[in-house]
Design a protein around this ligand. Structure first.
Ligand code: C2E
Ligand code: CA
Ligand code: CA
Length: 746
C-alpha cells in the first residue's frame, strides 16, 4: 500500500497534477515571459532574413517584369512582416513585464513610457492584421488541399495576431490602472503568441514539405516552387520543429499539458502530411525519428518544469524568511527595520511618531502553566492583534515575546490600552502584563536598531520603577542608557586598567562577633562616572552575557590579594566570592576557578563559592555537576539569598551546600512583625537538621544580632559589623582592632 501511494505521489508530482500557490505560479509565468523575450530575438532575425530573401528572389524580378512594387511586396512579404511585428510587440511586452518585477515605478513619466510603449506596438499589430485582410481576397484554389492548408493557416495567423495585440492592450490598460502585472492576462498573451508561432511553423513546414512532391506536376510558379526540393525539406522541418520547441519547451506549462499539447501537434501534423495522396513522405525510418523527437521534447519539457518548480520553492522560502517571522507569521524584525527606513525617508513629521517596543511581562509563566504549544498559539494571536491595531505602519516580532511597532504619538496611548485590554482577556487568568517603551525618531537617517534598543530599555525600566504600561524614553533615561552602553563597551578596559576592584565586607561569628571571614563585592571606580555599584553593572553584564569576564577578574583580584597577604606573613580570613548562574554557561567556570587557585597557590579553605538561589531554580545538569565537582574538590559552597526566590526548599533537596545565607529581606520589619522571627527561627532549625550551617545577611541592629545569636544562627553579616570597604581599609580595621580575627575561621 505504501508502495502504491508513493507511486501515486510520484506520478502526481512528475506530471504536475497538483496545485501550486500563487508564488510558484507567478515564478513559472515570469520564467515563460523571460523565455519569450529571448525567443522573439531569434524570430525577428529570421523574419528579416526571410523578407530580404523574398525581395531578392521574388519582388525584384517581378517588378523588373513590370509588376506594381507595392502589390508585389505585399503578396510576397506581408506574412513575414506580420510575424515580425508580432515578435517585436511580444519583445516589448516581455521586457516591460520583467521591468515591473525589478523596480517599483514611482516616477510618473516613467510610468507612462512603461505602459504606453507596449500599447503602441500592440496597436500597430492590430492595425497591421486588419490591413493584411486584403490578402485573403487574393486566396484561391480552395479545392486543392495544399491551398486550403495554406489559406486557413494564414487566416488563423491574422486572427491570432489580432488577439495577441488586443490582449497586450488589455494588459497595458490593467497595468496603467493598477501599476502591476496581471498573471492571467499575461498567460493569455503568451498563449496567443504561441499559437501564432505554431501556425506559422505548420504553414511553412507543410507547404515546403509538400512542394517536393508537386515538382513538375504543374503547380503554379507563384507558389514559390522550384527545383531545389531537397533543401526545402530540411529547412521546413527545422522551421516546424523550432516553433514546436518554442511552445513546448521554452514556454513551460504543466507537464501533462506540455505532453498533451506536443503529442497532439505531432499527430496532427503527421496526418496533415500523410493524409495526402503522396504519402510516401514518411518512410518508416523517418517515423522513428519523428517519434523520438517528440519523446525527447516531452522529456525536456518535464525536466525544465521540475527544475523551475524547485527553483520557485527555494526562492519562495528565501523570500518568506526574509520577510516573515517563522513563529507568528507576521513580519520579522529585519524587514521592519527596512520598511521603517523607507518610511522615514517619505515622511517629514517623523517627530510626531514613536517607535514602540512591546514586551509581555511574565510570559514565561504562561508557557510554564499552559504548555509550550499553547504559548506559541497565544503569541500568534497576540501578533495578529498587534497587526490589527498597529498595522497602518510597519510592525513585527522582534524575538521571544517582544514586538516592535511604529505609531502616531497622539494615537499611541489608546492603541496600547486596546492591546492591554486584549492581553488581559486572552491571558486565561494568568497575570500577564504589557510593558511598552516608546522612542521618538530624531532624524530620517538615524540608526533604527539604536532607537529600538532605547525603547526596549525604557520598557525594561517599567518593571522596577513605574507602575504603568507605557513610558517614553526621556532625558533621564538617556543618561542611564548611555551609562549602560558605557558599561558594556568599557568592561575590558576597566578590567585592564584596574578600575574594577574587590571591596570586602566582614562576616562575624554570632557568639563572639569576631571576624570569621568576608565577602568580596565588586566595585567599578570609573574615571568618568565615579563609583559604580554592582546594581549598575551586574544586571547589564548578565543581560549581554559578559558577566563571566567580571567574575573571573574579581576572582583573580581576590586570589592575588590573599597571596600577597600570605607572602607578607599576615593573618588571612576566608573570602566568599559571588558566582553568577551564567558563569557556568559562558565559561568552564570550574576550571577557571581551580586554575587560579593553583596559580596563586591558595589553600582551599580560604575561598567560599557563593551561588544565588535564583541561579538554581532552573535545575540544570551543568550547574549541578559543576557544584558537585567543586564540592568534591574540597571547596565550601554557600547558598546566597536563601528565601528570596520561589523554590527554596527544592534547592535544599537537590544541591549540597555547606552554608545557607538567609536573605536580608527577612530582617525588614523585624521589630514590627513577630512572624519574621518565627520564620527565621524555623529556617535555622531546619538547616541544622539537614546539616547545613547558617549566616544571616543585612544585620543592622544589635537587637537583630542578639536574636540571631539566641536562635543559633552561626554567622552574621551586615552594616552593624561593617560595610564593604577597600582592602587597605579592611586591613587597617584589623590593625586597629575594630575587626578582631577569630581563632576559628572555619
Ligand atoms: P549579595 O551577594 O547578596 O551581597 C550583599 C549585598 O548587600 C551587598 O550589596 C552589600 O553591600 C549589601 N549589604 C550588606 N550588608 C547590608 C546591610 O546591613 N544592609 C543593607 N541594606 N545592605 C547590606 P552590593 O555590594 O551592592 O552587591 C549587590 C549584589 O551584587 C550582591 O548581592 C551580589 O548579588 C552582586 N555582586 C556583587 N559583587 C559581585 C561579583 O563580583 N560577581 C557577581 N556575580 N555578583 C556580584
Ligand atoms: Ca553574595
Ligand atoms: Ca546575598
Amino acid at each position: 500500500m505504501r508502495f502504491l501511494s508513493n507511486i501515486k505521489k510520484w506520478t502526481i508530482n512528475l506530471f504536475g497534477f497538483h496545485r501550486h500557490d500563487d508564488y510558484v505560479k507567478k515564478h513559472l509565468n515570469d520564467a515563460n515571459v523571460r523565455s519569450s523575450a529571448y525567443m522573439t530575438f531569434i524570430i525577428i532575425a529570421i523574419e528579416i532574413w526571410m523578407i530580404i530573401r523574398s525581395i531578392n528572389k521574388n519582388v525584384i524580378p517581378q517588378v523588373s517584369n513590370g509588376a506594381n512594387l507595392f502589390d508585389s511586396l505585399f503578396t510576397n512579404t506581408s506574412l513575414y512582416f506580420l510575424f515580425m511585428i508580432a515578435a517585436l510587440t511580444m519583445l516589448v511586452f516581455s521586457v516591460f513585464y520583467m521591468y515591473e518585477k525589478s523596480k517599483i515605478i514611482d516616477n510618473k513619466f516613467e510610468k507612462k513610457i512603461n505602459t504606453l510603449i507596449p500599447a503602441f506596438f500592440a496597436i500597430v499589430l492590430v492595425l497591421y492584421s486588419f490591413l493584411v485582410i486584403k490578402e485573403i481576397s487574393l486566396f484561391k484554389n480552395w479545392n486543392q488541399r495544399y491551398y486550403v492548408v495554406n489559406n486557413v493557416s494564414v487566416i488563423f495567423l491574422y486572427i491570432f495576431a489580432f488577439l495577441l495585440g488586443s490582449s497586450i492592450i488589455g494588459h497595458t490598460i490593467y497595468r496603467y490602472k493598477y501599476g502591476k502585472n496581471q498573471i492571467i492576462l499575461s498567460i493569455i498573451v503568451i498563449i496567443f503568441f504561441s499559437l501564432m508561432c505554431l501556425t506559422f511553423g505548420i504553414k511553412v513546414g507543410y507547404s515546403d514539405f509538400f512542394s517536393r512532391f508537386y515538382l513538375g506536376t504543374g503547380l503554379p510558379k507563384e507558389a514559390g516552387f522550384n527545383d531545389s526540393g531537397a533543401i526545402y525539406e530540411i529547412k521546413s522541418i527545422i522551421c516546424f520543429l523550432t516553433m514546436v520547441l518554442y511552445v513546448g519547451c521554452l514556454l513551460i506549462w504543466k507537464p501533462y499539458i506540455s505532453i498533451a499539447m506536443l503529442t497532439s501537434i505531432f499527430i496532427g501534423y503527421y496526418y496533415l502530411l500523410s493524409g495526402d495522396p503522396a504519402n510516401r513522405i514518411f518512410p518508416d525510418g523517418e517515423k522513428v525519428n519523428y517519434i523520438t523527437f517528440l519523446i525527447t521534447l516531452c522529456a525536456i519539457a518535464v525536466s525544465i518544469y521540475q527544475q523551475r518548480v524547485r527553483e520557485a520553492l527555494n526562492s519562495e522560502d528565501l523570500e518568506y524568511n526574509a520577510k516573515f517571522d517563522s513563529i507568528t507569521g507576521i513580519n520579522n524584525y529585519n524587514y521592519y527595520v527596512k520598511e521603517i527606513s523607507e518610511l522615514l525617508k517619505e515622511i517629514s513629521n517623523y517627530n510626531e511618531f514613536y517607535y514602540l517596543f512591546i514586551n509581555i511581562e511574565n510570559f514565561k509563566t504562561y508557557n510554564d502553566q499552559m504548555g509550550f504549544n499553547n504559548g506559541t498559539e497565544f503569541l500568534k494571536r497576540f501578533a495578529k492583534k498587534i497587526v490589527e491595531i498597529f498595522g497602518e505602519f510597519p510592525c513585527a516580532r522582534e524575538s521571544d515575546d517582544h514586538f516592535v511597532a511604529f505609531v502616531k504619538m497622539n494615537e499611541a496611548i489608546d492603541k496600547i490600552n486596546e492591546l492591554e485590554k486584549y492581553l488581559i482577556e486572552d491571558s486565561n487568568g494568568l497575570y500577564l502584563n504589557l510593558r511598552v517603551g516608546g522612542v521618538c525618531p530624531r532624524n530620517a537617517a538615524e540608526d533604527i536598531n539604536t532607537s529600538i534598543d532605547r525603547a526596549r530599555y525604557a520598557a525594561s525600566l517599567i518593571k522596577d520603577k513605574y507602575n504603568k504600561i507605557f513610558i517614553e524614553y526621556d532625558d533621564e533615561m538617556h543618561k542611564s542608557y548611555k551609562k549602560k552602553q558605557y558599561v558594556i563597551n568599557h568592561l575590558e578596559e576597566a578590567i585592564e586598567n584596574g578600575y574594577i576592584k574587590a571591596y570586602y565586607q566582614p562576616v562575624v561569628w554570632s557568639e563572639t562577633q569576631e571576624l570569621c571571614g568576608c565577602e568580596a563585592l565588586a566595585r567599578w571606580i570609573d574615571p568618568k562616572y565615579g563609583l559604580l555599584s554592582p546594581g549598575e553593572f551586574i544586571p547589564v553584564l548578565e543581560e549581554v552575557r559578559l558577566i563571566h569576564k567580571l567574575d573571573s577578574a574579581i576572582f583573580e583580584i581576590v586570589c592575588k590579594n590573599i597571596r600577597k597577604l600570605m607572602d607578607d606573613g599576615k593573618k588571612v580570613v576566608p573570602v566568599s566570592i559571588n558566582f553568577s548562574r551564567l558563569d557556568f554557561e559562558l565559561m568552564d567556570a570550574v576550571s577557571v576557578f581551580e586554575n587560579l587557585i593553583n596559580k596563586y597557590d591558595i589553600p582551599k579553605e580560604y575561598v567560599h563559592v557563593e551561588i544565588t538561589e535564583s541561579a538554581l531554580t532552573e535545575t540544570q545538569d551543568l550547574l549541578q555537576k559543576s557544584i558537585d565537582k567543586l564540592h568534591n574538590d574540597g571547596f565550601s559552597i554557600w547558598l546566597d539569598d536563601f528565601g528570596s526566590g520561589y523554590s527554596s526548599l527544592n534547592v535544599l533537596k537537590d544541591f549540597n551546600f555547606d552554608v545557607i545565607k538567609i536573605d536580608m529581606k527577612f530582617l525588614t520589619n523585624f521589630e514590627k512583625k513577630p512572624v519574621t522571627k518565627v520564620i527565621i527561627d524555623s529556617i535555622i532549625k531546619l538547616s541544622e537538621k539537614i546539616g547545613m550551617k547558617t549566616l544571616t545577611e543585612g544585620v543592622e541592629t544589635t537587637e537583630q544580632a542578639e536574636f540571631l545569636k539566641d536562635v543559633g544562627c552561626g554567622r552574621l553579616q551586615g552594616y552593624l559589623f561593617g560595610k564593604p570597604i577597600p582592602l587597605e581599609e579592611f586591613l587597617k580595621q584589623i590593625e586597629d582592632n575594630v575587626f578582631k580575627i577569630s581563632n576559628e575561621i572555619l
